[in-house]
Write a new protein. Structure first.
Length: 301
């Protein structure tokens, strides 16, 4: 990894830390969204470096669907303790209990889309004027339309056709009362950049990202882990598979890949050779051609 130290990774790191410092300078009450996935872990790591030796100057927020893999929650709590960060947990279950959202039923039921209501309420309750996220432009075509500083109206909605220009490194964080921004410091990173940077910096990750044996089943061409949150059909055979996850989210819609990659070096080799995007195994993205963009317009990440 010595050759990477003077490569584009340091340029990406510098750009992202500049964006994070701009957030601290322009906004009064920002929050960093933390899912326990690799991208949000990298953003937290970058924030730690950007403000070192001081602590990260804003709290973390996890929008918890209640259907996470146990490994994700265990890592989240341990990592927050390591950072000494203030963690806010916004619960989708609370939104369901309060009648603010209606839980889906059936074999393909998922809470992933319900996160929007929970997130917007948490932003309003906390009076946050900026929510920092770990989305990247290479992930999905709707996310490719985002700016670094992405304006949201007073309903938390996003208009992809009415975004502010970003000239060079000048960011416009001006807003009216009730509006807020989503900021994406790693917008220009690719999945490969993320993995190479994790190796370069020795960043700890949840065990889900590495090859392991798990009870799984096939559904609509995807490998899903068997959990208490997923109802299987009689025709769906549950069996032990050697898999890993490329993304971490709600267990009901996060697909796995068959893999023997148990080290960062092996994962990097695997990512270099794959022809399927990392969100190609996300069932929530397959609900319609514009599923992600529709959710984002409503206030999703």
């Amino acid at each position: 990894m010595e050759s990477y130290k003077l490569s584009h990774l340091r340029e990406l790191e510098s750009e992202s830390m500049f964006v994070l410092r701009e957030v601290a300078a322009q906004f009064e009450n920002p929050v960093l969204l933390f899912s326990g996935g690799k991208d949000s872990i990298v953003v937290a790591h970058l924030a730690r470096k950007a403000f070192w030796p001081a602590k990260i100057p804003f709290p973390m927020m996890h929008v918890d669907t209640g259907h996470n893999f146990p490994e994700t929650i265990e890592f989240r709590d341990r990592y927050m303790e390591k950072l000494g960060a203030n963690l806010i947990v916004a619960s989708v279950q609370d939104s369901i209990d309060q009648g603010k959202v209606v839980e889906e039923t059936g074999f393909n039921a998922s809470r992933n889309g319900l996160q929007t209501v929970t997130l917007l309420e948490a932003i309003e309750t906390g009076k946050f004027d900026c929510a920092i996220g770990g989305a990247r432009r290479d992930e999905e075509k709707a996310r490719a339309k985002e700016r670094f500083f992405s304006h949201r109206d007073d309903f938390g909605q996003w208009d992809p056709k009415n975004q502010r220009p970003e000239l060079w490194n000048i960011f416009n964080g001006k807003k009216h009362m009730g509006e807020h921004f989503r900021v994406f410091p790693i917008s220009n990173w690719t999945e490969m950049d993320i993995w190479q940077y994790i190796l370069l910096e020795g960043i700890e990750l949840p065990s889900l990202y590495f090859s392991h044996k798990r009870e799984c089943f096939m559904r609509d061409g995807m490998i899903l882990g068997k959990t208490d949150f997923i109802q299987t059909r009689d025709t769906e055979e549950v069996k032990e598979m050697q898999i890993r996850f490329r993304t971490i989210g709600d267990a009901t819609c996060t697909g796995a890949v068959l893999s023997g990659a148990s080290t960062l070096e092996a994962i990097i080799d695997e990512v270099a050779s794959t022809r399927v995007t990392e969100r190609g195994g996300r069932a929530d993205d397959k609900r319609s051609e514009a599923a992600m963009e529709d959710r984002k317009k409503q206030g999703y990440f």
